[in-house]
Ligand binder design. Structure first.
Ligand code: NAD
Length: 489
């Protein structure tokens, strides 16, 4: 059983924390590691070190700054399957899903190696006779990421590579529930050639987060997690003058039009709803069928939900793993029961699941609930489990209204063969990520991850040019060099 370490100033450090969180394999309930719940003192040391090293790192030419990222990319690829296996063990998603997560992490590292071009400013000569004006981008100082449990590797990479390549130094606070993957990634960071103190990691929970939010040396905070915590992070960090972006929870609707190609779409939709056991901020959790789509869709989704292979994500052929914890299983099963009490009908019931050989695991099988009352808890709260609620309307306008009635705005999808319907949907829905005949509209590394409404607090998002904007501050210089001052050479 592993004791997770911190990594500060290029050294592995045993935390002085008195309390620890358990890292548990959710398929077997086996204890894998203990995460130290460090506090202000450990965060303070890491931030002071990163702030000191920033003075040197920002002066390193950008071509040199991206060299360790090239190396890190190679090391991540060499260790790809080991990292994916670790993700499955501590977080529960299948090995293939974990490989998908790693792919996006690597893609973001590759993207940030383009920083010599990405962080260029712009200029105009002769804004007035003999006067030139330029915009240059400079790094902020110490940046941070506070990460959730459901992507132990990828989410840190929405931010960290861009922060480092633009000349910031960095502190990562992984989720205390899944800290082994990031510890392994830091073993690779250690070999990548970053100068000591440029990249740091402190483990902990709320006290460590509060220390980050209050530390005067931290200039930028990125957070991904649940909406209540995202709101807290955004208000605290901005009140203390930091640049902040906080991505929150989701409740993603998918609209099925009567002309949708059901045969090709059903697997995509099932993967969106039940992939990663529904523990994805881009999981479809509400289906809105329009007109004649209701009968064929319901029949097909019942079939795929009932037949999905559930088990340990490292076993061959498994299509869906467990949810993260016993508490999570209990909460999800409570929501399913509550929906029936509010008038819905449970068509496929995944409660009380036992998986042979993994009787201690936290499994909820795919669940389909129909006639969901649009005002009920299941219609509005984030389930974060493999539960699909079905609703029905007669027109696209009604469907768009249902989509826009919710507080969250992470993703909204439509399945149709009609370009006009698709365009209307794209134009009118209040969501930052939109899928047209796509189940999980997850932006590539060169596009921003753009949640709206209660799914995002801030201005600039993660990944690509948004991340460059976020981790740099603009400086505008206006210059005049009168001719008569020039010496004659
Ligand atoms: P969480 O909010 O419980 O925890 C996220 C991080 O915040 C962890 O590092 C944790 O230590 C810290 N934290 C928890 N409670 C805190 C508190 N009271 N004060 C300060 N810090 C605190 O989220 P989670 O359960 O780990 O992750 C699942 C959530 O993340 C879901 O709501 C999901 O939708 C969301 N998520 C969103 C996105 C997105 O892009 N919008 C992506 C992935 C996950």
């Amino acid at each position: 059983m592993e004791k997770i370490l911190n990594y500060v100033n290029g050294e592995w450090i045993s935390s002085g924390a008195k309390e620890y969180a358990d890292v548990i394999n959710p398929a077997t309930a086996e204890l894998l590691a203990k995460t130290p719940l460090g506090g202000a003192e450990e965060v303070d040391k890491a931030v002071l070190c990163a702030a000191q090293v920033f003075k040197e790192w920002r002066r390193v030419p950008v071509l040199e700054r991206v060299k360790p990222l090239f190396k890190l990319r190679e090391l991540l690829i060499e260790n790809f399957d080991d990292l994916a296996r670790t993700i499955t063990m501590e977080c529960g998603k299948t090995f293939e899903e974990a490989r998908g997560e790693m792919l996006r992490a690597v893609e973001n590292v590759a993207m940030a190696t383009a920083m010599p071009i990405m962080m260029q400013g712009y200029n105009n000569e002769d804004i007035s006779a003999g006067i030139d004006e330029m915009m240059i981008r400079q790094p902020l100082g110490v940046g941070t990421t506070i990460a959730p449990f459901n992507f132990p590797a990828m989410i840190t990479f929405w931010f960290m590579p861009y922060a480092l390549a633009t000349g910031n130094t960095f502190l990562v606070k992984p989720s205390e529930r899944v800290s082994i993957t990031m510890q392994k990634i830091f073993r690779l960071i250690d070999q990548s050639g970053f100068p000591k103190g440029v990249v740091n990691m402190v483990n902990g929970a709320k006290p460590a987060v509060d220390a980050i939010l209050n530390h005067p040396g931290v200039r930028a905070v990125t957070f991904v997690g649940s909406t209540p915590v995202a709101k807290y992070i955004y208000s605290q960090a901005s009140a203390s003058g930091k640049r902040v972006q906080a991505q929150g929870g989701a409740k993603n609707p998918t609209v099925i039009m009567p002309d949708a190609d059901m045969d090709t779409s059903i697997k995509i939709i099932a993967d969106s709803a039940f992939g990663s056991a529904g523990q994805r901020c881009l999981a479809t959790s509400v289906i809105i069928t329009v007109g004649g789509a209701r009968e064929p869709f319901t029949e097909m989704i019942l079939n795929v939900a009932s037949n999905r292979v559930v088990g340990y994500g490292l076993d061959n052929g498994v299509e869906m793993g467990p949810v993260i914890s016993a508490q999570s299983k209990q909460r999800i099963e409570g929501l399913i029961g509550g929906s029936a009490a509010e008038g819905a009908r449970i068509l496929v019931d995944g409660r009380d699941s036992k998986i042979s050989g993994y009787e201690n695991g936290y499994f909820v099988r795919p669940t389909v609930v129909t006639d969901v009352n649009p005002k009920s808890e299941l219609a509005f709260s984030e389930v974060f489990g493999p539960v699909l609620g079905l609703m029905h309307v007669e027109t696209l306008d009604e469907a768009i209204k249902l989509v826009n009635d919710r507080n969250y705005g992470n993703m909204a999808n439509i399945f149709t063969r009609d370009g006009g319907a698709a365009r209307k949907f794209r134009y009118e829905v209040e969501a930052g990520n939109v899928g047209v005949n796509i189940g999980v509209a997850a932006p590539m590394a060169f596009f921003p991850f753009s949640g709206w409404k209660d799914s995002f607090f801030g201005d600039m998002h993660g990944q690509g040019m948004d991340a460059v904007e976020f981790f740099t501050q603009k400086k505008v210089v206006i210059e005049r060099w009168p001719k008569e001052w020039s010496r004659k050479f």
